[in-house]
Design a protein around this ligand. Structure first.
Ligand code: ATP
Length: 249
């Protein structure tokens, strides 16, 4: 199979049950999923449907009880925690609702850190950081601490950090969930821009309007895929970001 036809991400038979204080929560039940290179997939559904759990499984942040995940055709079944950490540095960028920036590191250091940890020479890490922060409109903020920035700015820093190693896959878990509608539009515009350049994106959101920025929308309900535009023969939907841009402040 040519490299372009190998899915960036494939999951088969994924199962995850959380055991907390109460009854077990069957968050992900027998989920199969393939994401092609360059796709922008939104996973949407009600609170508690299992969306975040699924994304955490796909990024190796949690382990499935059953099922397998392949990254670029490589089976991750035998990956150790350390190996997953390496993958998250090199092949998977992740952005979260609450940014998860290192609060006592400057913006510049937050963005450069994953590049340095992945073995990039400091000069290259710096050049990548400068290019990304410029692209994301954050020049002049390099020396700031995350706490000195607005929510929207912090999420742009988190996006720069996630993309600094040019990962083939970007996972985004409610990246606009703690932002106002201006910040939301900004994040979605940026995701659309990177997708336009070929970035593969899997976005989890409970907001159907945000999901409309993606070209494939998967509805998740009660731990299962209830609907997937690509499964019923519909051509990939390319709704653009019009739905997002219509959001009012
Ligand atoms: N660490 C955990 N321990 C126990 N139960 C959990 C844990 N994480 C999630 N759950 C439960 O698993 C189910 C799925 O949660 P999950 O966060 O994946 O859903 P979600 O669709 O992302 O919801 P939301 O949109 O509210 O973030 C819920 O019933 C939740 O309470």
């Amino acid at each position: 199979m040519s490299e372009d036809r190998v899915p960036v991400l494939r999951a088969a038979g994924l199962v995850k049950t959380h055991h907390g204080e109460g009854a077990p929560a069957h968050a992900v039940r027998e989920v199969d999923l393939g994401v092609a290179r360059g796709e922008f997939v939104a996973i949407t559904g009600p609170s508690g449907a299992g969306k975040s759990t699924l994304l955490h499984l796909l990024g190796g942040l949690q382990r499935p009880d059953a099922g397998s995940i392949w990254l670029d055709g490589r089976c991750t079944d035998s990956f150790s925690e350390a190996r997953w950490a390496v993958e998250r540095r090199r092949s998977i960028g992740i952005v979260f609702q609450f940014f998860n920036l290192v609060s006592n590191l400057s913006v510049a250091d937050n963005v450069e850190l994953p590049a340095l940890l992945a073995g990039a020479p400091p000069k290259k890490a710096r050049a990548e950081r400068e290019a990304l922060l410029a692209e994301l409109g954050l020049e002049g903020k390099e020396r700031s601490l995350p706490g000195e920035l607005s929510g929207g700015e912090q999420q742009r820093v988190a996006l720069a950090r996630a993309l600094v190693n040019h990962p083939p896959l970007l996972l985004a878990d409610e990246p606009a969930g703690s932002l106002d509608s201006k910040g939301t539009r900004e994040v979605m515009r940026l995701l659309s821009r990177f997708h336009g350049r070929g970035q593969t994106i899997v976005l989890v959101t409970h907001d159907a309007r945000l999901a409309s920025a993606a070209d494939r929308v998967i509805s998740f309900f009660d731990g299962r895929i209830a609907d997937d535009a690509s499964l019923d023969g519909a051509p990939p939907r390319r709704a653009g970001i019009s739905g997002v841009l219509e959001l009012k402040d």
